[in-house]
Design a protein. Structure first.
Ligand SMILES: NC(=O)c1ccc[n+]([C@@H]2O[C@H](COP(=O)([O-])OP(=O)(O)OC[C@H]3O[C@@H](n4cnc5c(N)ncnc54)[C@H](OP(=O)(O)O)[C@@H]3O)[C@@H](O)[C@H]2O)c1
Length: 266
């Protein structure tokens, strides 16, 4: 499993993590992923999966990097502190590696939310803070509101079919030492075994590259994501077999010519 630096923290995390939105796989797929080096697990207070993540990492907490999120619905100072305490209890741990604001919410002053995020780091409850679904302006505002700790990550939609971040957000994150956690990197399975809503040209190119490289289409799609310097992909799978397949998207690199073919077909 290839590693990448989280922001400018010096901490290395795997380029493939394990998503858990709508996760119903029990502990085995997560434990298999960890065994294969996918030691980053993404969850959220809103997913209802923190408890199973806690069970999966029991006895090996130190080896795992847990990312969870405070819901965008409650971002007042006390709300954020309470939400983090709730996550600690659900996860059965006494610290969160990466605590993220799930969605920006203009009903709450950014300063207030970020002060709370900062307080969590100062109290040792969170090691690092990140955000999710933030655009450039929101990232700027959040960074300006922080006094002592940086924003190290932004979790956003990114896959071959959804490349909207490439114009402004991805370059901004790269320039500012913010790691992008690409969510829905398989386009909800569409880029994996059964493409449903894709043009025949896209399917043909993906399948050709899959045949030529001897990798599955899911592995090609994930490797394309992580070929971007500061991008980490967090696919979700309920199955041990597909988790193994997704972890096999790391440890090799698509040739530049294939990345260019994908870039032009999608
Ligand atoms: N921050 C946010 O707002 C936000 C939003 C969405 C998602 N996320 C995060 O990103 C994670 C991943 O996104 P996602 O769950 O939306 O979508 P995804 O990972 O792109 O796709 C998940 C779907 O693909 C299937 N799948 C996974 N690996 C496969 C493979 N190798 N072959 C065939 N099918 C495969 C899964 O089915 P099986 O489970 O049956 O394998 C599931 O139906 C989430 O779990 C969550 O942690 C964050």
């Amino acid at each position: 499993m290839e590693l990448k630096e989280l922001g400018n923290t010096g901490v290395m995390i795997p380029e493939i993590g394990l998503g858990t939105w709508r996760y119903r796989g029990g502990v085995e797929p997560l434990q298999k992923g960890i065994e294969l080096g996918a030691t980053l697990i993404d969850t959220a207070e809103g997913y209802g999966t923190e408890e199973i993540v806690g069970k999966a990492v029991k006895g090996m907490r130190d080896r795992v990097f847990i990312a969870t999120k405070v819901s965008g619905r409650r971002l007042g100072y006390d709300d954020v502190l309470r939400a983090a305490e709730g996550s600690l209890s659900e996860l059965g741990t006494d610290y969160i590696d990466l605590y993220q604001v799930h969605w920006p919410n203009s009903s709450y002053p950014m300063k207030e939310t970020m002060r709370a995020m900062e307080a969590l780091v100062e109290r040792g409850i969170a090691r690092f803070i990140g955000v999710s679904n933030f655009g450039n302006d929101e990232l700027r505002e959040a960074s300006a509101a922080l006094r002592h700790v940086p924003i190290v990550s932004n979790q956003v939609l990114y896959n071959l079919n959804e490349r909207g971040i490439e114009k402004d957000l991805l370059p901004y994150c790269l320039a500012n030492g913010i790691t992008v956690l690409a969510y829905t990197p398989l386009d909800d399975g569409n880029l994996a075994s059964k493409p449903r809503f894709m043009s025949s040209k896209r399917i043909r190119v993906l399948e050709e590259i899959s045949r030529e490289t001897g990798k599955t289409t899911a592995q090609v799609a994930l490797n394309w994501c992580t070929s971007r310097e500061n991008v980490i992909a967090i696919p979700k799978s309920d199955s041990v077999e597909r988790t193994v397949e997704n972890c096999g998207a790391s440890g090799w690199r698509l040739p530049d010519s294939d990345i260019a073919r994908l870039d032009s077909a999608f």
